[in-house]
Ligand binder design. Sequence first.
Ligand SMILES: [Zn+2]
Length: 356
Amino acid sequence: MIIDSHFHIFPRMSGASGLRSAKEHARVIQKIVTGYWTARDGVTSEMQDIKFRVGKYGKYYYTKNGKEKYVRAMPPWMHDMSAPPEIMLNYMDWIGVNKAVLLQNHYFGALNRCFGKYVEKWPDRLIGTAQIDESRAHEEGQIRRLKKAVKDLKLSALYYQTYRQEWLDPSGGYDAHDERLYPFWEEVSRLRVPVFFDTGNTRGIEQYLTELRKVEGVLQRFPDMVAIICHFGVLMTYARLDVQDRMSLSPSDAFSRTDSVLARYPNAHLEMGGLLFGNIEEEYPYPTYQKLVRVAYEQLGAEKLLWGTDMPPVLMFCTYRQCLDFVKEHCQFLSEEEKELVLGENLARIFHLKTG
Ligand SMILES: [Zn+2]
């Protein structure tokens, strides 16, 4: 069974997408896009006068020094900035992916209800995650929101962003491992849902370590919780370091300083969504990314690694079939059995799916 552990389906980005209004959604998108995609152009999230707007064909527009500019954050077929389930399921059919886990992100809106509908319509193909307002996870209302998502909407996992999100709450709430959040994590444990921890777009090993410590704090307190760290943990942070920084630190050293700690937690996993976002100047099949997978494999074993792609944004860098073949054909250090674990059997175990 082949399962993509990091997949996105979402309605038009110009709509409210489950938030209070389209305006509120646009504000969240601007925060994320300006904090990441436009950094090279010197456009930051603090700039309020750039007339940021959701465009068409995968582009966001803004105005700088009186000039209209754009940044591409999605592939060009996304004419109305949506990723409809029918198109995304066809991508899966095309290359033979059986199931996909729909991850959230405030960037896409608040999609619990929307994912509930998708999962109801395609129960054999799609696995939905729930998201709450992390900055208020200490409040009873968010625990209720989680329970509703799992029990009523049939979402089977939680997606949780560990980093501060000042657009949700200027005070930023509490860190994931703060004891004020224990009632929330107790409910997660009672519901027995796996948690996808998104540690964010960390810039540097130390910043990543700060986020990892929050996840570790939760796992120390709740060791039975199944945790999946998104975006391949420290290795994606490593892939995004400047060349000089990468020269002075090997990927296995970066791993030893951070994610090797996950070996102590039998229920902790790494998923590789977004790894192939092409920040290293290399042609497919990306020997450097293969080396990074090898480091994780050698330190944690194949049972803890999950194949994931970050569809559809990854289509700006390579095809969906190349994402699959990256592991299936090119990670030759994995045995056939190990490839099956990474490509889907591990997730089938996590979600108690029948295989074979
Ligand atoms: Zn993603």
